[in-house]
Write a protein that binds this ligand. Structure first.
Ligand code: SAM
Ligand code: DTB
Ligand code: SF4
Length: 364
């Protein structure tokens, strides 16, 4: 090919790319507009909008990922400022109330009984011990307390214990959250009646990549649990894990699915895989840091009124990386020295980081 022909081709493709970016911006801002008008009408009229058309297609979300980094961050931060105080962080503390020996085969999870991770299994904690931990979390500055159990789904007798814990934790003035596995509609209603504010149940990845990660329950099972939680009137906390070997298209598909739920989740945790020795994903390659920040930014744009939580993985992220995630629209973190069974960024470090960045905690 002659030099002129090469130049011609590169101009055509550069021009095409430019047109594509402009077209996708129009299309994306249209989607955002639709998405926000649905959310606003929901907030104002408390109506449930059950739309069959997805708010975002995977292709639209992929187009966001493809934007030049600065354009993506600018757009995400603008959306963020429109809906939130950009210097406010929601702080949630985690407690593993029942640890290990889980029958499921989630390849990332140190608590699956199928992998030798050296974790010692523990029974469901006593209510007084759970409440004591919640008091410490509140003292340290948390606004929400999230109780996690390594169950496929809770037994009804265990649910009674969790419900009493929810009542007592709530009485301390904390918001409550639980993540206990799959729920039936009746179980979701029972937790809601006990006063549970949020239920966490992650999609974890795209529908297509899901079978690479978990075989003991289906994607539809997860969507069904989210529907039960939503229908029981609780807030949904649902997100996923990145860095499990999935493609950008998988990350886009997961966010498109979350953003297109009948109501987008009120809270969206984005976890970076913690590579726990003994799990099948222990040697997974690191995800590029810019790609992680892009994922946060795209979550913010596609779910403008949701809290986006910079979740697992902060222990190994430097302050600059976390600051970029906050700029990109993350406005919630897990706060406390531990996650469920692994270390989190320490409270001491987080206090210093928040002071350094001028961030303050959301007053619930
Ligand atoms: N057993 C319940 C379930 O699976 O729904 C609740 C607890 S489970 C540990 C909650 C979530 O923690 C998982 O859905 C996953 O997103 C996240 N998680 C578990 N192990 C992780 C890891 N190694 N790295 C990042 N996130 C992880
Ligand atoms: C979520 O999305 N991440 C949290 C919470 N929801 C339950 C759990 C992270 C777990 C990290 C591995 C561990 O500590 O066991
Ligand atoms: Fe069990 Fe939950 Fe871990 Fe899966 S993620 S193995 S269901 S504790």
């Amino acid at each position: 090919m002659s030099i002129d022909a090469k130049l011609f081709c590169s101009r055509i493709s550069a021009g095409w790319l430019h047109q594509f970016i402009i077209a996708s911006r129009i299309c994306i801002s249209h989607s955002i507009h639709c998405c926000m008008s649905v959310s606003l009408s929901e907030a104002t009229h408390a109506l449930k909008v059950e739309s069959s058309a997805p708010r975002f297609t995977t292709a639209q979300v992929e187009a966001l990922f493809e934007l030049p980094f600065n354009d993506l961050l600018f757009q995400a931060h603008s959306v963020h400022r429109k809906h939130f105080d950009p210097n406010e962080l929601q702080l949630s503390s985690l407690l593993s109330i029942k640890t290990g020996a889980c029958p499921e085969d989630c390849k990332y999870c140190p608590q699956s009984a199928r992998f030798k991770t050296g974790l010692s299994a523990e029974r469901l904690m006593r209510i007084d011990a759970i409440v004591a931990a919640a008091k410490r979390a509140k003292q340290a500055g948390a606004g929400r307390f999230c109780m996690g159990a390594a169950w496929r789904s809770p037994k009804d007798k265990d649910l009674l214990v969790v419900e009493e814990a929810v009542r007592q934790v709530k009485a301390l003035g904390l918001e409550t959250c639980a993540t206990l596995g799959m729920l039936t509609q009746v179980q979701a209603e029972s937790l809601s009646a006990a006063g549970l504010d949020y239920y966490n149940h992650n999609l974890d990845t795209s529908e297509d990549y899901y079978a690479e990660i978990i075989t003991t329950r289906t994607y539809q099972d997860r969507l069904d649990t989210l529907a039960h939680v939503r229908d029981a009137g609780m807030n949904v906390c649902s997100g996923g894990i990145v860095g499990m070997g999935e493609s950008r298209s998988d990350r886009a598909a997961m966010l498109a699915t979350l953003a297109s739920l009948p109501t987008p989740p009120q809270s969206v945790p984005i976890n970076q895989l913690i590579k726990v020795p003994g799990t099948p994903l222990e040697n997974e390659a690191d995800l590029d840091e810019f790609e992680f920040i892009r994922t946060i930014a795209v979550a913010r744009i596609t779910m403008p009124t949701s809290y986006v939580r910079l979740s697992a993985g902060r222990e190994t992220m430097n302050d600059q990386m976390q600051a970029m995630c906050f700029f990109a629209g993350a406005n919630s973190v897990f706060y406390g020295d531990e996650l469920l069974t692994t270390n989190n960024a320490s409270v001491e470090h987080d206090r210093a980081l928040m002071a350094n960045l001028g961030l303050y905690s959301l007053q619930h």
